[in-house]
Design a protein around this ligand. Structure first.
Ligand SMILES: [Zn+2]
Length: 228
């Protein structure tokens, strides 16, 4: 009997030892990601001037994406938020106000802002249980107490590792946005691409069909966060 336990214990120990090598690669959020994949992520919507046009293109191309929304913009655009969910896109929390000096004043202020955004989403989509989160401006250089506070509440923050540069000055043409996307993605197996669907991102809309075609031609598949 004891011997049997010892054998089982030894087998378990070997399995635990091998587990990290047997498991697929994991990203920073602890989620497994295999294959060449691009995650299109759109920040700062929903807006009337950009989000519906982005959704039309994604539907036409049969591609799913992730939208990090601003809570205070949802009122009056409930139909757009519903459409995001109905068409199979991921919805993440970005901010309620997106006012940096207010939300980053303290961990409590940040968590309050996140909670307000979550409530605004749930007013429209009561079943929403999402934990995806993107720090306005990204987590780069943020105080660790802010990042720890967000993680401690069960949210999974996602930054990006490539960008079209559509929110940077000076404004760029659709061609340049596409060039930026490809240049910043070079050599990356998993691309989390930053785009925006804020107010009047016309060049982002214009670049999107060609951008999707270009990534597909490079052998990428498209997915929404979190990676499964
Ligand atoms: Zn933003």
């Amino acid at each position: 009997m004891i011997r049997k336990y010892k054998t089982a214990a030894a087998a378990l120990a070997i399995l635990l030892f091998l587990l990290p090598w047997l498991m697929p690669a994991h990203d920073a959020a602890g989620v497994s990601c295999d294959g060449k994949t691009v995650y299109l992520t759109f920040d700062d919507g929903p807006t009337d001037s950009t989000t519906p046009y982005v959704l039309d293109i994604l539907r036409e191309k049969q591609v799913h994406a992730t939208f990090f929304v601003i809570g205070r913009q949802i009122r009056g655009r409930e139909a757009i938020l519903r459409r995001l969910a109905e068409e199979g896109h991921s919805i993440g929390i970005h901010s309620y106000t997106h006012v940096y000096n207010e939300i980053y004043a303290s961990p409590a202020a940040l968590l309050k802002d996140i909670e307000l955004c979550r409530e605004a989403i749930r007013d429209v989509l009561p079943q929403y249980r999402g934990t995806l989160y993107r720090f306005p401006g990204g987590s780069f250089g943020l105080r660790s107490e802010l990042i720890d506070a967000v993680k401690s509440k069960g949210y999974t923050p996602y930054d990006w590792n490539a960008s079209v540069g559509d929110a940077e000055d000076p404004p760029k043409t659709a061609d340049l946005l596409l060039q930026n996307a490809l240049a910043t993605s070079t050599g990356k197996k998993r691309v989390i691409l930053l785009l925006h669907d804020g107010v009047r991102y016309n060049e982002t809309i214009r670049c999107l069909p060609g951008l999707i075609d270009a990534f597909a031609a490079e052998g990428y598949r498209f997915d929404r966060l979190p990676c499964e």
